[in-house]
Design a protein around this ligand. Structure first.
Ligand code: NAD
Length: 495
């Protein structure tokens, strides 16, 4: 791992291309408009990004559709697509420092997290998915002796992917690796707050051998480029990660256009249940701090609600406050930094607003509070812990997407489950207990897509990621991700 000085040096030498990438080449936006990308740690201008609109989206979809129809990728043997995607994984690995630095400069995540989480996960996602694709079989249905019914998986055509800024490259990998592996063409609209790594990835994909038009990247605002992609009638599947509010809009756009299938990975307000029978209060507290303060709390699966059993509340809070000290905002280029700035001024203002509302609604501020933002110094928030939190408080109900932890309490297992499930969201949940039966019992009753027992946030490319309720539908990662990007066709032959 490079030193602070080395990362600083590398950041001064890096140059960026902010153009769209359509049909295998860089392309300026048709209307010639650009918007700035700003480094949230310094507020310095990084690059000008193409502000694509309906015309650019249409060009990209046409390129994707033509590429799909010509069959060079969609009709290639799975083994052949595997080789190209493995090459892409190798290229990402060879350029991992550049890509990690790009996302850090673009959205503020500590470089150490980029190098230890985002890049390894991205590379693994491409490699694992590539390796799977020539091992997925069709089926023969048990119809009886007079007919032969084949169930085949086919690529859907053009996949539109719309992604967020909090794990820019990794969220893109989770969508496009299975979509490409299955033989689809992709039009990707990355977040306007972190587009640079997506554009670079498209270039690397061409270098790896992905044919022109199969992966197109069209940066721009959600309201213009994102909406145009979601409304486009030649897009068959829309794969989205982002907020619940935008997810709901995409379902409407699908209905207004061609009933495209919409897969949604949306927001969260995940609970963390700490039972008195947990075997290690300190471990639970250390994990609870990481579950809200890592990546500045800009994590969909952040456990932003902790409920602790009343009889261990005092020692748990003491351990939690100590563990939280590990997270100090600092320059994300310094490998020892544990928390970077918020992505922009608006996100910092949201955090400040919720801290104010927590105070006004009777929360007990144990740590942190308002930031002391000065223009030009970066959008740094302070790790904040509020106890005496109850589920009727606004900051306990809403996803804040920042380093603000609500701590409430419970007395019985039933109460803990009820508090955890009392949320519009259902992404993840953590349970800390030394009792195996309780771990199973509670996990089964939690309304969410992922449960972590005596840990938080752990996953693997082999296991599905996603939620229920307002947290979305469909799953990224694992073989189940392929379901989103394939159609089942049944061919029945009378014998
Ligand atoms: P966002 O919803 O504001 O934006 C996500 C994407 O949607 C961006 O590319 C944006 O440009 C686009 N968009 C915005 N308005 C649009 C519109 N009208 N039509 C089409 N596209 C539009 O979310 P964000 O701020 O980028 O990301 C944070 C959110 O993402 C949080 O809610 C977080 O929980 C969620 N998230 C979820 C997961 C998951 O797997 N469930 C993972 C990461 C982040």
């Amino acid at each position: 791992m490079k030193t602070y000085a080395e990362w600083q040096h590398l950041s001064r030498t890096l140059t960026f291309n902010g153009q769209a990438y359509i049909n295998g080449k860089f392309q300026p936006p048709q209307r010639g408009e650009y918007f700035p990308s700003v480094n949230p740690a310094t507020e310095e201008h990084l690059a000008d990004i193409a502000a694509c609109d309906e015309t650019d989206i249409d060009l990209a979809v046409q390129a994707a559709s033509t590429a799909f129809q010509n069959g060079e990728w969609s009709n290639a043997a799975p083994k052949q697509r595997k080789q190209v995607l493995l090459k892409l994984a190798d290229l990402i690995e060879a350029h991992q420092e550049e890509l990690a630095l790009t996302d850090t400069l673009d959205m503020g995540k500590p470089i150490s997290e980029m190098m230890s989480i985002d890049l390894p996960d991205t590379i693994d996602c491409f490699r694992w998915t590539a390796e799977c694709i020539d091992k997925v079989y069709g089926e023969i249905a048990p119809t009886g002796p007079d007919t032969l019914a084949l169930i085949k998986r086919e690529p859907v055509g053009v996949v539109g992917a719309i992604t967020p800024w909090n794990y820019p490259l990794m969220m893109i990998a989770w969508k496009i690796a299975p979509a490409l592996a299955a033989g689809n063409s992709v039009v990707l609209k990355p977040s306007e707050k972190a587009s640079l790594s997506a554009i670079r990835l498209a270039q690397l994909a061409s270098e790896a051998g992905i044919p022109a038009g199969v992966l197109n990247v069209v940066p721009g605002s959600g309201q213009t480029a994102g909406k145009a992609l979601a409304l486009h009638k030649d897009v068959q599947v829309l794969a989205f990660t982002g907020s619940t509010a935008v997810a709901a809009l995409l379902m409407q756009y699908a209905g207004q256009s061609n009933m495209k299938r919409v897969w949604l990975e949306a927001g969260g307000k995940s609970p963390n249940l700490i039972f008195a029978d947990c075997t290690d209060i300190e471990a639970a507290a250390t994990s609870a701090a990481a579950a809200i303060f890592s990546n500045q709390g800009e994590v969909c699966i952040a456990c932003s609600r902790v409920y602790v059993e009343k009889k261990i509340k005092a020692p748990f809070l003491e351990a939690l406050l100590k563990a939280a000290e590990h997270f100090q905002p600092g320059d994300p280029l310094n490998p020892s930094t544990t928390m970077g700035p918020m992505v922009d001024r608006a996100q910092l203002a949201t955090v400040e607003r919720y801290i104010e509302s927590a105070r006004n609604e009777g929360g007990n501020l144990l740590m942190g509070g308002a930031s002391d933002y000065l223009p030009g110094n970066g959008f740094y928030a302070t790790p904040t812990i509020v106890s005496d939190a109850t589920n009727d408080m606004t900051f306990v109900k809403d996803e804040i997407f920042g380093p603000v932890l609500a701590v409430g309490e419970f007395e019985t297992e039933e109460e803990a489950i009820a508090l955890a499930n009392d949320s519009a969201y259902g992404l993840g949940a953590a349970v800390w207990t030394g009792n195996l039966s309780r771990a199973h019992r509670v996990s089964d009753k939690l309304q969410c897509g992922m449960v972590w027992v005596n840990t938080w946030g752990e996953g693997d490319t082999t296991v599905p990621f996603g939620g229920v309720k307002a947290s979305g539908n469909g799953r990224d990662k694992s073989l189940h991700a392929l379901d989103k990007y394939t159609d089942l066709k049944n061919v029945l032959i009378r014998l």
